[in-house]
Write a protein of this length. Structure first.
Length: 264
């Protein structure tokens, strides 16, 4: 009996030892597997870190390059804009100089023309004046440059059209006037004159000061002077348009007048 018990104990010990060995082997295999997984994870993490750092470095380099490129392009654009601005300033200065020169030239030409025109009318027996008078007799249109002024109760005049030329041949200037009040009922009404003189010396004194809309005695306004070009033809009429609601009038001292004369 004792021998059998010892055998059983021995068998149990051997079996338990074998199970412990298998458990140790399984534990070692598990540890080996875990270690291999850990090493694999570490390698993958290291690879990912290296890849991330490389990506960040590449992006930084590209960003710096693009920033430099955009900076250079912006600098080039600013230089171009500055150059264009300078060109514009130079062109504007040249334009102003050309405009001033043109105005001076026109003024000089106008002055020479007026001087020549004055000499023209001061020599009535010249062939040119005779030809001009013949043109008037034949109802042909002739261009004049006049400076005109007018005196009436309301100084805002929209336009002036034409001249009623008389049959006199020595037309140098003109003066037109009204003898009585005229009511302007709408903006389409025209201020009409009763009579026209063809020699300014026989007419009313014209306004010769640049005093637009200054109140004068008699309750009226005296306008400034305007340069116009009339194409004269016998039978043409002249009228001044005013706004509605105003009277164009005359009294004992002041007449509604329209006067024209040569520019000196």
């Amino acid at each position: 009996m004792e021998i059998n018990e010892e055998k059983k104990i021995k068998l149990w010990e051997d079996a338990f030892s074998a199970k412990l060995d298998r458990m140790d082997k399984a534990i070692k295999q598990t540890e080996t597997f875990v270690e291999s997984i850990r090493e694999s994870n570490l390698r993958e993490l290291s690879r990912l870190n290296d890849s991330f750092l490389e990506t960040v470095g590449t992006f930084k380099i590209q960003s710096n390059n693009e920033t430099n490129i955009y900076g250079e392009e912006m600098h080039t654009m600013l230089e171009s804009l500055s150059s264009k601005t300078k060109e514009f300033i130079v062109a504007e200065e040249n334009r102003k100089s050309a405009h001033e020169l043109m105005q001076y030239t026109i003024h000089q030409e106008q002055k020479r023309f007026n001087q020549s025109f004055d000499r023209f009318w001061k020599t009535p027996n010249t062939p040119l004046i005779k030809r001009f008078m013949k043109c008037l007799q034949n109802n042909r249109k002739v261009g004049f440059t006049y400076k005109y002024s007018y005196k009436y109760s309301y100084s805002h005049c929209s336009y002036v059209d034409g001249l009623e030329a008389s049959t006199k041949r020595d037309i140098v200037a003109f003066s037109a006037y009204r003898k009585s009040r005229q009511k302007l009922t709408s903006s389409e009404n025209n201020f009409k004159f009763d009579n026209v003189w063809t020699n300014i010396g026989n007419g009313l004194a014209h306004n010769n000061k640049l005093t637009s809309q200054n109140l004068v005695s008699g309750g009226g306004f005296k306008t400034g002077m305007i340069d116009v070009v009339f194409h004269l033809q016998r039978g043409d009429t002249v009228s001044v348009r005013g706004d509605s609601g105003y009277d164009m009038f005359s009294n004992d001292s002041f007449h509604g007048t329209f006067s024209g004369y040569l520019i000196a």
